[in-house]
Design a protein around this ligand. Sequence first.
Ligand code: ITT
Length: 198
Amino acid sequence: MSFELIVATTNREKFVEISDYLKLDGLKLIPLFGLSDVPEIEETGFTFLENATLKAETIYKRYKKPVFADDTGLCVDYLNGMPGVFSARFAGPNATYEQNRKKLMKLLEGVPFNRRRAYFITQIVFFDPDGKRHAIEGRVNGFITEEERGSGIFGYDPVFLYPPMGRTFAELPVRIKNRVSHRGRALSVLKEMLKQWL
Ligand code: ITT
């Protein structure tokens, strides 16, 4: 069998990672930028689950097709979990990745390495072909570096050190990042579920 799955994201870097991971015969992924008349979705939730649900539900209601949304954030212990659900707009409503990272680095100035613990979390909400809702979470622990490292530019990747590899996520190719990351961990569960319909 085959089916089309909408990926309720407008984030191109995220979509690159998702497409690389969810390569399955018969599965066609469609991002929001591949659709017309896409409803505006405001991420007004206070949790990743609320925001992922909001995104997936709005798109499911609009297109009546299988869909999943990914809501992700970086939570820094020293900042009591910030930027968290505000990760995309940490430095302001239309902040760039670089502005967000600069703000984070400023807030952590002078903070020693062992107090720079952080984790990425991805919450996926999936509406399957029968309209049933599934929630999946993926996390990865690490540290915020004192300087940016790597050529990847996605979000906070240049400042997130993954200790088992001694590299920041921006120093890892997409395929390797996907093997160990918050998103990769959540996607591995989703991938197994998707196989039932293929
Ligand atoms: P959509 O809601 O349209 O999917 P978004 O960019 O708003 O796009 P999120 O709310 O899930 O997506 O992500 C919040 C921010 O967290 C995002 O803008 C990036 O700055 C950062 N981010 C998400 N995933 C990341 C990753 O794997 N590595 C580094 N930063 C990431």
